[in-house]
Design a protein around this ligand. Structure first.
Ligand code: ZN
Length: 76
């Protein structure tokens, strides 16, 4: 019926899966379409992207001699 329709549950799963591997174009398109019509999922996506950026910064810090001072909450 609606080949690119995804529920919010499926979309959140896709957003998380996208962090690990590249999604097929069908999933990417479905994701984009859902983001255009949904109020909740773009907010969730933004949180995931913020988290990803924070993790990336953390990883780049690992290569430095002096870590940043805000290391009160290590990832593990
Ligand atoms: Zn949604």
């Amino acid at each position: 019926m609606m080949p690119f329709h995804r529920t919010c549950k499926e979309v959140t799963a896709l957003v998380i899966a996208r962090e690990d591997h590249v999604l097929p174009w069908r999933d990417r398109l479905a994701l984009r379409l859902h983001m255009a019509i949904c109020a909740a999922c773009p907010t969730f996506e933004r949180q995931v992207l913020t988290m990803r950026n924070a993790m990336r910064q953390w990883r780049s810090y690992e290569g430095l001699e002096t870590p940043p001072g805000n290391a009160d909450k290590p990832p593990n």
